[in-house]
Write a protein that binds this ligand. Sequence first.
Ligand code: G1P
Length: 289
Amino acid sequence: MTKPLRKAVLPVAGLGTRFLPATKAMPKEMLPVVDRPLIQYAIDEAREAGIEEFCLITGRGKDSLIDYFDVAFELDVTLRERNKVEALKALEPSSIEAGSLIAVRQQEPLGLGHAIWCARSFIGDDPFAILLPDDVVKSGTSCLKQLADAYYATGGSVVAVEEVPREHTSRYGILKPGHDDGRMVEITGLVEKPKPEEAPSNLSIIGRYILTPEVMPHLAKLEKGAGGEVQLTDAMAKIIGHVPFHGLRYEGHRFDCGNKSGFLEAQIAFALDRPELADDVRAFLKKYN
Ligand code: G1P
């Protein structure tokens, strides 16, 4: 029987060096796209997929992420006294049921695989999602919900994939594809950040995963891979052939908010989606053409 998917791990320990000095004293996951921090987009997407329990993998200097999901008592009382209905409504997505969000510190930056291993007690023997908040996905149905549907259909692990230009394969985990129906592609191999000439395809993993717990014993070996880091991709490669494992060409658009141009593009795309902002944004964009 396929176990229900209820848990998500969100690695947020990265230093955010690409956004210095902005991230000198705040986590990059608190940078807003329009008016919501990156972390909120990931939580909303996960909730739409039925996730009820969240584990943030944090590090030093990331405590404001925990505060963000706490009740802001004084703010709440003040807004109520002043009858600021809209502002109170804007706060709603940041409230999380007591006990359903925990944080674990990744004490050393040893790689994404190590970050996920830090969540091993939280994961236990359950399937779990991973959302990398740098990747913000704009889509009709939440990207993770699309993956969850594929997880229930296959009963195995599934990752969101998209085609990238061959010269970019060294930025991503890349699939070796097996049977491909145009949407779902069977994974027969995985390589982390291969050179273009060594890449088995140009199908890249974006920061959305649903994994079955069989991956955990492989992570526990903490073997170093590409870049000298413990790579999630390497541990995932070990379960190929043992559990169903697919890539899903998700419907939607991914913004790489881990780099400045992707982050700026996300601002524009999400702002144009807001009825109260769209006309103004369109008008001022013309000025810069
Ligand atoms: C990580 C993963 C990589 C994946 C990427 C998606 O890399 O290791 O396999 O393709 O996220 O964003 P990072 O961006 O942390 O270098």
